[in-house]
Design a protein around this ligand. Structure first.
Ligand SMILES: [Zn+2]
Length: 310
């Protein structure tokens, strides 16, 4: 790996969504590889029935949140690593939690993976997907300029929930190893062929498949919507920031319902985005009362205008 490679790894924050058999193994491997920080996201608690395949957990962890038990385990391996935990499941309203340098998933459902895929593509964060079902495993790296998870798996019959199928502990360990090697190669900027890796331990089958863009993919074919220009001004009393559109636009205020609405007065709606309240006027003006960071104001304004300008 070399010194430069190790330096890159030690500057990296990895988020791991889902801390079952796969996610917990990957978390340990990435911790041992030397990353700076790990973000763990999972709302589940350790159950007695998890112990046979989720090797990171032991009897004393039963009843605790997986993220708590896993954090303790990671810190027992390395105490100079930062571990941030979230005892919740990833959803639309908290997807920002995975803002990091690298996203790994150890999930058992497709819906959340499609959501991670969209977020990762939008933010240009590499996302290494992993899955285990019975004795089978899959790994695929979603990179900014490569076919995305939706391109490859939109109509795939590859998934049956592991809830009903059960998984082999060794398959989870194998997927975790491949997933982490792919992640480390990406972090180090190594050249590699980002194929879909598929294997079946029981049949000794190992495939590396080429992928291609799907012309129906809603993520890769999303047209770059041109955002209107706007200006941010601090008002004279310095009590708030006003954001004004340079040109008047027709706005669809009903789209604000996709955010957390604090107050809906029809022509004036107050929404909360990333914990910041914004007053939205139907003629396009935004008012920020407590937020003073203009970079963040710009980001939130883009999010709002992107939503309400058809
Ligand atoms: Zn795509």
């Amino acid at each position: 790996i070399g010194k430069a490679g190790q330096k890159r790894i030690s500057d990296t924050t990895v988020s791991i969504v889902g801390c079952g058999a796969l996610g917990s193994n990957s978390a340990e491997i990435m911790a041992r590889a030397g990353v700076k920080k790990i973000i763990l996201i999972d709302g589940d608690k350790v159950e007695e029935s998890n112990l046979q395949r989720q090797a990171m957990y032991t009897k004393k962890d039963v009843g605790s949140y997986k993220v708590e038990a896993l954090k303790e385990h990671i810190l027992s391996v390395r105490d100079d690593i930062e571990v941030e935990i979230h005892k919740e499941f990833l959803a639309e309203n908290n997807v920002d939690l995975i803002k990091s340098d690298m996203i790994l998933d150890g999930l058992d459902n497709l819906k959340t993976r499609f959501m991670i895929n969209e977020f990762a593509k939008k933010k240009n964060i590499p996302y290494v997907f992993g899955a285990t079902i019975k004795s089978e495993g899959m790994v695929y790296s979603v990179l900014p300029k490569r076919p995305c998870f939706e391109c490859v798996f939109k109509n795939s019959k590859d998934f049956e929930s592991c809830e009903s199928q059960g998984i082999l502990a060794s398959a989870a360990k194998t997927v975790a190893s491949i997933q982490c090697v792919e992640a480390i190669k990406i972090i180090m900027g190594e050249k590699f062929r980002p194929n879909l890796i598929k294997f079946n331990l029981w049949d000794n089958n190992f495939l590396s498949l080429k992928t291609k863009f799907n012309s129906n993919c809603s993520i890769c074919n999303k047209k770059e919507t041109k955002l209107p220009s706007f200006e941010i001004k601090e008002c004279e009393t310095k009590a708030m920031y006003r954001v004004k559109l340079k040109e008047r636009k027709h706005l669809d205020m009903s789209k604000l319902q996709d955010f957390e609405v604090v107050m809906d007065g029809g022509m004036i709606v107050i929404v909360s985005i990333d914990g910041h309240e914004v007053i939205v006027h139907d003629y396009g003006e935004l008012i920020f009362k407590e937020l003073k960071d203009t970079e963040k104001i710009r980001e939130v304004s883009q999010t709002i205008y992107g939503k309400i300008i058809p």
